[in-house]
Write a protein that binds this ligand. Structure first.
Ligand code: SF4
Length: 351
């Protein structure tokens, strides 16, 4: 044990200087006994402070449709789930929610949905265009896989950023979990987004059934290879309406380790403390913010629709109104000695 800890201390020491860590070094940290993992979190926190500072960026999350044509095995809003009520905000409601978010002090909104055929690239582009005309918000889209030409239509309308997680770097596991998607196509989408000038976010789930520590290390290295502007990592939480209902979920500690190592590898990327971490532990998001994260994405979706966007169970803040969320999260951020950013929080990468 002493020997392992000495090696982990040495890797952390190295990580303070460089993000050039080997797979073996990453595996050492992933396999660090949970009770001794603080050194990994503290190291990531030092790098976070040096690379991106103490400010936390808030992104207002608008979940505007829970219709989806796909059937990802882990997802509560997969198309074949007949037990949930479906909803779709109107174009006006989406823009209106964005306008209200800006009034609450947000500088970015994330417009997210399932892969809903109603929302074509042109419809989404129009929503972005009107939002940009009415506000000074940065707009992030998280609406799934489209063709290069469709991504271009949305980019030309003013969209700044795009989130598309690869979820796992194992092609085999990806195939097992995504009956309607292809791993190579997903990577192509990420390349297209980058080529079009989006600030690109990607990421993965921790603890998917069939995931090994080797795969988790490869997930981290793939994020680094993609050189993403934003890296979203959350624990897998089994949903009872899916085929993975009886599986074990990912643990908070492993998700925190993944966040910390992401900070070591990607240096100045934006990394959210995800809602899924807050679901596993009331202090989960604060713990992530102290382990390398610098972004929080409070839900600004109108209250009456929130319970219908259940990707996983027991999601937090479902009954809180957006103004309450804004105040609550600001209190949590101040509580750990950090500040809320007043700027757009664009990428810090220079390309
Ligand atoms: S993960 Fe996304 S694409 Fe897959 S079923 Fe859920 S909403 Fe649809």
């Amino acid at each position: 044990m002493v020997n392992i800890m000495q090696k982990i201390y040495a890797v952390c020491e190295k990580a303070l200087q460089t993000g050039d860590l080997s797979k073996e070094e990453i595996l050492l940290m992933l396999n660090c006994p949970d009770e001794n993992s603080d050194i990994i979190f503290q190291t990531a926190d030092i790098i976070r402070k040096k690379e991106v500072g103490d400010e936390v960026h808030l992104r207002g999350l608008i979940e505007f449709s829970n219709f989806c044509r796909k059937n990802c095995e882990y997802c509560g809003i997969r198309g074949k789930n007949k037990t949930i009520e479906r909803y779709r905000l109107t174009e006006e409601q989406i823009v209106d929610t964005a306008v209200k978010s800006e009034k609450l002090g947000y500088r970015t909104v994330v417009m997210q949905s399932g892969e809903d055929p109603y929302f074509t690239a042109s419809r989404i582009a129009e929503i972005v265009k009107v939002t940009k005309e009415k506000t000074d918000l940065a707009v992030t889209l998280s609406v799934g896989e489209f063709s290069y030409d469709d991504y271009k239509i949305m980019k030309d309308s003013g969209a700044d950023r795009y989130l598309l997680r690869f979820e796992t770097s194992s092609e085999e596991l990806y195939k097992a979990l995504h009956p309607d998607s292809d791993f190579r196509e997903r990577l192509q989408c990420l390349q297209d987004l980058r080529a079009l000038g989006y600030q690109v976010g990607s990421g993965f789930m921790v603890g998917l059934p069939g995931e090994t520590m080797e795969i988790l290390a490869d997930n981290l290295l793939l994020l680094q290879k993609l050189d993403v502007d934003m890296a979203g990592i959350g624990p897998f939480i089994p949903n009872e309406d899916t085929s993975l209902a009886g599986e074990n979920g990912g643990t908070l500690i492993n998700a925190l380790k993944a966040v910390a190592i992401t900070r070591m590898l990607l240096r100045n990327a934006h990394i959210p403390a995800t809602t899924a971490m807050g679901t596993l532990d009331p202090k989960g998001r604060e713990m992530a913010l102290q382990s390398g994260a610098n972004v929080v994405m409070p839900n600004v979706t109108p209250q009456e629709y929130r319970e219908m966007y259940l990707l996983y169970p027991n999601k937090i803040c479902l009954t809180d109104d957006p103004a309450h969320c804004r105040g609550c999260i600001t209190g949590k951020i101040h509580g750990i000695g950090r500040t809320v950013s007043k700027d757009h929080g664009h990428t810090l990468k220079h390309r």
